[in-house]
Design a protein around this ligand. Sequence first.
Ligand SMILES: C[S@@+](CC[C@H](N)C(=O)[O-])C[C@H]1O[C@@H](n2cnc3c(N)ncnc32)[C@H](O)[C@@H]1O
Length: 273
Amino acid sequence: MPTIGSALDRASARLNGHSARSDTEVLLRHVTGLSRTELLLKLDRELDQESSTTYYQLIDRFEAGEPLQYLTGHMEFYGLDFYVNRSVLIPRPETEIMVEKAIEIGKRYPTPIIADVGSGSGAVAVTLAKHLPQSRVIALDVSTAALEIARRNAARPECTNIEFIKSDLLGAVPDRHFDIICANLPYVPSAESQSNRFEPQLALDGGPDGLNAIHRLIRQMSSREDKPEWLLLEFGTGQAPAVKSILDKTFPGSQTEILRDFIPLDRISVTKL
Ligand SMILES: C[S@@+](CC[C@H](N)C(=O)[O-])C[C@H]1O[C@@H](n2cnc3c(N)ncnc32)[C@H](O)[C@@H]1O
């Protein structure tokens, strides 16, 4: 049987990237349930047959390109741990910028009502519900499988203020009042989204220019009698001018600020309607 140390050495040599050692450690910790310190203190301990087989299966999948987060089932977002599988997009750090802004705006309301359109794993909805305990958060997604994961992630004592609704954008909630709408919808142009083999196309593919879902959401909102006061949207590289132009045309008199991500690239629009 290999020892923990030799299993790590062998897998790191195979993966041979700059983060190979830490990635192999993450996978072996996942298989053994050991902390990093425990793992490093037990380098001479033998791995049992079952752990060894599972570990090398995960290494094979990782080598074939599957993201570490799907292999371990975990992703950290805004300091919280979220369960993820291939039914949902792996939450991205840049989405935390939208969440941070929504929390800042939400604090101005005694009891904000917030929609998270395209909720996926529920990372946005759960974070908002936790940091705005007086809020009511309505998590909407067209994917039944994603809603199941979001419900699982919301099963925390501090998240009793979330509702989950299967909906094509805002279609299932035509008469609900929202103070703030947040949406990280699919925005990758179809030609590019196909190269992502692991995350759901439903979460990525935004049509020829990537803006289908964002356009549709803005159109749906414009036809509602009761409009929210705030709309926060995440979008892709180079899409800021088109998004701002649709917002300006659809909501005359509104004001849109564009926030940048860590690169820094324009990534989030914050519109006061
Ligand atoms: C880019 S993912 C974002 C997931 C999550 N909000 C996050 O930030 O990690 C987009 C999500 O929108 C959902 N979606 C796609 N089209 C939709 C539609 N027409 N109505 C509602 N949700 C939709 C997908 O199922 C997916 O979960």
